[in-house]
Design a binder for this molecule. Structure first.
Ligand SMILES: Nc1ncnc2c1ncn2[C@@H]1O[C@H](COP(=O)(O)OP(=O)(O)OP(=O)(O)O)[C@@H](O)[C@H]1O
Ligand SMILES: [Mg+2]
Length: 255
């Protein structure tokens, strides 16, 4: 299929590693010579801040692009060898403002048809299942679900998978599939191992073989506006994210 390959990073559970994965995978794919656009679709604007951008100093954001007040091209920044469509706190208003619009679920998808010269679009979603997430699910070809191997990790999965199914039926006939990224993994924790076994047993090939370990450098890097590859290129974090990026590409050899 032509056009960029769109991946939405979703999990309505907060703090599971969506933004960290979206950012480091976007940079990792760029380092592997892919043309990447990363979009911050979370009103918290964590991805924007983690890239060292000042959210008050932006020409355009995903909010203005979706609203149609700023065209896509001038809103996109060139940064770390990739393209970035940032966010600011204004995005929080969008859900209410969009509520009455026709085809409100597919506005993002429509805007993204204007993107050119990009192979992968990475979308960082908020920890919610509202209209922003529905727009991402409608636009994407794949949903990547970062998952921590903890007691309650699987609790929200059922709801998320139902949402993906519903969106697929109603708005996205591209039929997106989902894959799971095990994040913040600590092999010393027995519970982590037990839950990892359970997740692999239940979801099989949908679980990436590459696992992102708990790594302090991964948590520190955003406060310097850096990806893990710039901040600590020899860390476990950089090693894990590179392995994950290579696995993503192995499964998408055509791009
Ligand atoms: N592999 C890791 N090792 C250590 N800390 C990590 C790792 N991955 C993420 N973190 C830390 O965990 C916290 C949550 O991560 P992140 O912000 O990526 O989650 P999120 O799912 O995007 O959160 P939200 O739902 O609020 O958007 C952050 O402080 C981040 O630095
Ligand atoms: Mg986030």
């Amino acid at each position: 299929m032509s056009g960029p390959y769109i991946i939405a990073f979703c999990n309505q559970k907060g703090g599971v590693g969506k933004t960290t994965c979206a950012l480091n995978i976007a940079v990792g794919l760029s380092l592997l010579k892919k043309k990447v656009l990363v979009i911050d679709l979370d009103p918290q604007a964590h991805l924007t801040y983690s890239l060292g951008l000042d959210a008050h100093d932006l020409k355009g954001t995903i909010y203005s692009v979706i609203k149609g007040t700023v065209p896509l091209a001038p809103a996109i920044l060139a940064l770390k060898g990739m393209k970035v469509l940032p966010a600011n706190l204004e995005l929080a208003r969008l859900e209410t403002e969009m509520a009455g619009l026709p085809e409100k679920e597919s506005i993002l998808k429509k805007r993204l048809t204007e993107v050119s010269d990009v192979q992968y679009i990475i979308i960082d979603c908020p920890p919610a299942s509202g209209l922003l997430t529905v727009n991402a699910l409608t636009a994407c070809r794949e949903v990547f679900i970062p998952l921590q191997m903890e007691f309650l990790a699987l609790k929200g999965m059922g709801r998320l998978l139902t949402l993906i199914e519903d969106v697929k039926k109603q708005y996205n006939h591209n039929a997106p599939t989902y894959r799971i990224i095990p994040t913040r993994y600590d092999a010393r924790k027995r519970l982590n191992n037990a839950i990892m076994d359970k997740v692999r047993e239940r979801f099989g090939d949908r679980v990436f073989k590459a696992v992102i370990r708990e790594n302090i450098a991964v948590a520190e890097a955003p406060s310097f506006g850096l990806s893990i590859f710039e901040y600590a290129p020899k860390s476990h974090g950089a090693e894990d994210y590179f392995a994950l990026c290579r696995e993503i590409l192995r499964k998408r050899p055509a791009l």
